[in-house]
Design a protein around this ligand. Structure first.
Ligand code: 5RP
Length: 218
């Protein structure tokens, strides 16, 4: 039976089929890292990439792929990234690696979000994985109290984001309406963004299973 890493590699390879030319948006995390390694093999076909984190930018550059500032590009055809959880409706919960804000910004600039996951990430309801919320440091306690009012138990992560902010991981949420919950949390003053990617869901899900890579389209 394939290991989880082998499944991630399979799905990363499948995502390369979606790479045409121009500039590619690239996500963050172990699955995205496999994608970067596969992208390096076809780097002659692309102009370069926009990275969703400093870690991703470093890995892209290590492979000799040019990294563009998002402000210097008009947009992208595709953004490729993993997720911590995804539903069949293509709503995602992301930010396990702490890069959620930049991921959401880069994804917003792409025509198509291609989510690459192994089968363990497909869930009926989001929220078992603690929901990451990026918060300005001075608002930490206030935002935590507001998140408790929404029924969650926020836990401060020992981590500073690429943007110099903190992350509260919110446990205990059963997210029945991800679009509404995403908007509600983002309205709390001091929140930069939260890890629900529902208002802008994935367009394509490539899911690595024991029976091969399955494709879901929105
Ligand atoms: C990082 C993310 C990642 O996409 C998510 O955590 C999945 O990571 P992995 O591919 O390592 O399981 O949102 O902020």
């Amino acid at each position: 039976m394939a290991t989880q890493d082998e499944l991630k590699q399979q799905v990363a390879r499948a995502a390369v089929e979606y790479v045409k030319d121009g500039i590619i948006g690239v996500g963050t995390g172990s699955t995205a890292n496999f994608f970067i390694d596969e992208l390096a093999k076809v780097k002659h076909r692309i102009d370069g990439a926009v990275a969703s984190s400093e870690a991703t930018a470093r890995r892209l550059r290590d492979h000799g792929i040019e990294v563009f500032d998002l402000n210097s590009v008009d947009g992208m055809e595709i953004y490729v990234d993993g997720a911590d959880e995804i539903t069949e409706n293509m709503h995602m919960l992301k930010g396990g690696g702490g890069a959620l804000t930049r991921e959401k910004i880069v994804a917003a600039c792409a025509k198509s979000f291609i989510c690459i996951c192994d089968a363990t990430k497909l869930v009926p309801v989001l929220g078992k994985f603690p929901l990451p919320v990026e918060v300005l440091p001075m608002a930490r306690s206030y935002v935590a109290r507001e998140l408790v009012k929404l029924g969650g138990q926020p836990v401060l992560r020992d981590f500073t984001t690429d943007n110099g902010n903190i992350i509260l991981d919110v446990h205990g949420l059963t997210i029945m309406n991800p679009v509404e919950m995403e908007a509600r949390i983002n309205q709390i003053v001091g929140v930069v963004t939260n890890g629900l990617f529902a208002a802008r869901p994935a367009n394509v899900l490539l899911l690595a299973t024991a029976d091969g890579v399955k494709t879901y389209k929105k």
